[in-house]
Design a protein around this ligand. Structure first.
Ligand SMILES: Cc1cc2nc3c(=O)[nH]c(=O)nc-3n(C[C@H](O)[C@H](O)[C@H](O)COP(=O)(O)OP(=O)(O)OC[C@H]3O[C@@H](n4cnc5c(N)ncnc54)[C@H](O)[C@@H]3O)c2cc1C
Ligand code: FES
Length: 238
């Protein structure tokens, strides 16, 4: 059980939730938690945005009933949460990392950036949103010391266009990304290096039992929840 310390609106329809509890099972950036909500059969998976020895920070967008229910929870409420789920990013592969996040794919890149900085790698970060009012975490990435670029599809802030427009001219030797499938396909069209994609597929059980999230890879079928959500570029069948 985790106790909610904070649950606040940080951008249009986007909330930051800070929870207190046992974080010992979280071992890598890119892992996720699975949240039980009253009256809902399936838990809701949300990426770990940040964590320390006592707290987890999540950033989530209200898209349906479950996340709307989460947005109404208050400090002091308790939540039943499974932690340490998924493989997470392997941070040993890069020297000049590029982090590319789109929308609610941005949160797990924050803990990833912190972990890369801890081993002496300074990431360049590209954040993609539809419009200015949806932007979050830009200041936080900058405060870490990352070169941070923001692209908005409607041109209301930063570079007008998609993350791929912001990628032009960036020097990197490896990339890490999380976001929606159309963004992944656009990235796949321009990247020249190896990298890791984190998939936010719809899930059933969330811990490897139901096969509901299984997808075909060059190394056989993999369960996104257990063998992922992070897959290496070279193994993905698009
Ligand atoms: C590993 C993983 C990590 C995730 N991390 C985050 C995160 O950090 N922040 C965040 O905001 N969201 C994240 N998501 C997505 C999040 O789990 C869903 O948005 C959430 O479960 C929706 O629940 P709901 O009850 O509000 O919506 P529902 O009522 O279940 O659905 C409402 C609408 O959202 C769509 N939807 C639901 N789940 C997904 C999904 N996984 N992907 C795409 N569309 C979906 C439905 O098709 C429907 O159109 C993550 C998903 C996965 C699998
Ligand atoms: S969601 Fe059940 S195996 Fe992945």
């Amino acid at each position: 059980m985790f106790k909610i310390l904070e649950n606040s609106l940080i951008a249009k329809d986007v909330y930051k939730m800070v929870l207190e509890g046992d974080t010992s099972k979280i071992t890598a950036p890119g892992q996720f938690v699975n949240i039980k909500l009253d009256g809902k059969f399936l838990r809701r998976p949300i990426s770990v945005c940040d964590c320390d020895d006592k707290t987890i920070t999540l950033i989530y967008k209200v898209v349906g009933e479950g996340t709307e229910q989460m947005s109404r929870l208050e400090s002091g409420n308790e939540l039943d949460i499974l932690t340490g789920l998924g493989n997470g990013y392997d941070i040993t592969r890069s020297k000049k990392p590029l982090l590319i996040g789109g929308g609610v794919g941005v949160p797990p890149l924050y803990l990833l950036a912190k972990k890369l900085l801890e081993i002496g790698q300074i990431p360049t970060v590209i954040l993609g949103f539809n419009a200015k009012e949806e932007i979050f975490l830009e200041d936080e990435f900058k405060a870490l010391g990352c070169k941070t670029l923001v692209a908005t599809a409607d041109g209301s802030y930063g570079i007008k266009g998609f993350v791929t427009d912001a990628m032009q001219g960036i020097d990197y030797d490896y990339f890490y990304t999380c976001g929606p499938m159309p963004m992944f396909k656009a990235i796949e069209g321009v990247v020249k290096t190896s990298g890791q994609y984190s998939f936010e597929e719809r899930m059933g059980c969330g811990f490897g039992a139901c096969m509901g999230c299984s997808c075909k890879t060059k190394n056989g079928y993999k369960r996104i929840c257990k063998d992922g959500p992070v897959l290496e570029r070279e193994e993905i069948v698009w």
